[in-house]
Write a protein that binds this ligand. Structure first.
Ligand SMILES: Cc1ncc(COP(=O)(O)O)c(C=O)c1O
Length: 525
């Protein structure tokens, strides 16, 4: 490149970067300084780049030479620029790291110091749910029917509490949680989940996820083994990863977690995470025999059992199965409940029922983390339960979810025929649907492209190739009339996936690699 052209480019780049605002209260020198600095930190002007001379820049910007000279001097003093005698002014080879980190408008990850090994592993975890934009979508899983939440009543309760806040309520409060709420939860759990607990055993937390995190970090040392249901809940997996646990995936069959398989694989595990009332995501309840076997192993091995009872309040035509905690005589089970499904996820309130000797130590540890959840929300929730609204809401939602489930099944039969078979649903807010003739991963991608959220079952597996060829379909988040349109789009997604597979097979002249029939034979669940 000729010297003249090079010079011209330098001048025009700098002139483009620096826009002088004659009406600004910021001085001209400061404007030039800030613009060049911004250009350097955002890598628009790269290290080693030669800048136009202060005289040339002054001419381009129609300012005095002293103005550009002083701006360059300031940038040089701060380490952004360097001058080489006889050659001109250059962007420094090494921009001060601390400045780049704190002031860059586009942070550069490579300049950050590395995360801890745990942090890196946690950051790499997939989120529990893949969401399309918008507040509700057909088959969105993990979300209750927010359209039916009694928002006006909730707002009234919030306002009433706000108007009567006391000075004491502004202070640090009980780390175990708002006493009235703990008492209300103890009563509810006893009546609805068949386990006798005192309010002092209940610990209020910011959602079940917080409880997993607290339990895992309190009970596991890095490298300890922990059983996780396979397939299982990614949120629990993240908490185990965060505690540095060695996760041992344990298969789930039609009786729930296969305890014998867990004992064969890791008899010395220190913790087992289970969803015995409604296995996530398969939906099967754990049989009594398996529950007793799990407790027997935990007692003998000195292990903890974390029972996640996330959505068992919603049952369709079946009686409630009491929770595992009710069978525990040795104090091995930590019971975790959440209001994310019964009320709404943004409430971020859940609870743990913790054996007495562990409780005090958990409370002390909690002071090193979040101290306690927002008091106002806890108080409003206590009022909601005490006023009978919680029970009323659950009753109403059971009926609504039954209708939504029926609408899902009817739409599946109508639009997908035998290509998509919903497994029987007795509990909860989602269904598992087996696919035939189309690969679940391909169908899921096609469905998302059509604005429908249908997660492949393998998304919940540590070893995806072991998963049955099935989709996980939420039925709680949309009104029954939404299923028709949603299922039409899902049927189109299945067709598109089948066509894609056929094309792939023809091209290769051999059976498709991820043939769904083969995968189905390999898996009974
Ligand atoms: C299996 C399972 N456990 C727990 C939760 C609830 O988590 P949180 O209370 O943190 O919202 C969910 C929510 O989707 C879930 O699917």
């Amino acid at each position: 490149m000729s010297k003249n052209l090079n010079n011209h480019l330098q001048r025009s780049t700098a002139a483009l970067l620096v826009r002088i605002d004659g009406r600004s209260r910021v001085g001209l020198q400061q404007q030039i300084y800030a613009a060049v600095r911004r250009g350097i930190l955002s890598s628009v002007i790269k290290s080693g780049t030669r800048l136009p001379s202060s005289r040339a820049l002054a001419e381009d910007l129609c300012v005095s030479r002293t103005t550009t000279l002083l701006a360059y001097e300031q940038l040089t003093a701060e380490g952004y620029l360097t001058t080489r005698s006889g050659s001109g002014t250059f962007v420094a080879d090494e921009i001060p790291d601390d400045l780049a980190r704190t002031t860059a408008s586009r942070p550069s990850a490579s300049k950050h110091p590395p995360l801890s090994r745990r942090g890196t592993a946690m950051a790499a975890m997939p989120s529990a749910w893949r969401r399309l934009p918008g507040s509700s979508r057909p088959f969105r899983a993990g979300v209750p029917g927010l359209d039916l939440f009694p928002l006006r009543l909730w707002s009234q309760l919030v306002n009433r509490r706000l108007r009567s806040v006391t000075i004491a309520q502004l202070d640090y409060n009980d780390a175990a949680g708002f006493p009235d709420l703990r008492a209300a939860i103890a009563e509810h759990v006893q009546a609805a989940r068949g386990t006798r607990v005192g309010a002092d055993q209940v610990l209020i937390v910011a959602g079940a996820q917080r409880a997993f995190d607290l339990a895992c970090s309190m009970l596991l040392d890095s490298g300890d083994k922990a059983w996780l249901e396979e397939p299982g809940y990614p949120g629990a997996r993240s908490a185990l990863v965060g505690a540095g646990a060695r996760i041992v995936p344990v298969r789930v069959d039609e009786h729930g977690l296969d305890v014998d398989s867990g004992i064969r694989r890791a008899p010395d595990a220190r913790l087992a995470y289970v969803t015995p009332s409604h296995q996530f995501p398969l939906g099967v309840p754990m049989t009594l025999t398996r529950r007793l076997a799990l407790l027997k192993w935990a007692n003998a091995a000195g292990a903890w059992v974390v029972e996640d009872d996330y959505d068992s309040e919603f049952r369709y035509g079946t009686r409630a199965i009491p929770c595992l905690h009710g069978l525990d005589v040795e104090g091995r089970v930590i019971y975790i409940g959440s209001f994310s499904k019964t009320l709404f996820p943004a409430l971020r309130l859940g609870f743990m029922i913790v054996p007495g000797d562990l409780r005090d130590r958990m409370l002390s540890a909690r002071r090193a983390t979040d101290v306690h959840p927002q008091l106002l929300d806890q108080a409003v929730l206590a009022d909601f339960i005490a006023g009978g609204h919680f029970e009323r809401h659950l009753r109403r939602m059971r009926t609504a979810y039954r209708e939504r489930l029926d609408a899902l099944v009817a739409a599946t039969t109508r639009y997908c025929g035998g290509g998509l078979q919903i497994r029987p649903v007795t509990t909860g807010l989602h269904a598992v649907a087996d696919l035939s003739g189309a690969d679940a991963l391909a169908v899921s991608e096609e469905a998302y492209a059509r604005g429908v959220e249908a997660a492949p079952l393998e998304r919940y597996c540590i070893t995806p190739s072991r998963a049955a060829n099935a989709l996980v379909l939420g039925f709680a988040a949309v009104r029954p009339e939404g299923f028709r349109n949603g299922m039409e789009r899902l049927a189109a997604a299945i067709d598109a996936a089948r066509r894609g597979q056929r094309r792939g097979t023809e091209r290769r002249g051999a059976p498709a690699k991820r043939d769904s029939a083969t995968r189905r034979v390999a898996h009974s669940v």
